[in-house]
Design a protein around this ligand. Sequence first.
Ligand code: 4NP
Length: 157
Amino acid sequence: MSTHSILFVCLGNICRSPTAEGVCRQILSKRNLLKQFEVDSAGTGNWHIGSPPDKRAQLAASARGIDISSLRARQVSDADIQRFDYIIAMDHGNRRELEALAGQAQAHKVRLLLEFTEFIGLDEVPDPYYGGDRGFDQVLDLIEEASEGLITHILKQ
Ligand code: 4NP
């Protein structure tokens, strides 16, 4: 039985949140904690349902030893809000949509990923979809640091 559950959410579920899912699993695996966590990702939008992660995201992750090629995009649902303990948004737009879906009773589950970093001077993971390949590496750097922070935070609770 997993004791903790995390859902990473972005707009399309093809760039940032599948990357976060892969990074988080890699960290948990290295710390031998995979069995204690359920990790998933979803998008607030429906455009890419069923699609694999963007090729640029797959390549950037693969360069760090993370295989996200088998993930498929899906849209976040009401059931997700009930099911997951931590619903982690990449940017303020995602967070607002999730809070609306969650309602007052569950809004506390919704957090920004970069809340779990220190001193990086950013509070959103920038959307790399319309940018160059370098954007994906920056996304990975941010997600790696924040996921370490998030896992550490959860284990302290
Ligand atoms: P993601 O990136 O939210 O990190 O998966 C995007 C993917 C697709 C679109 C926007 C952002 N889109 O507009 O199709």
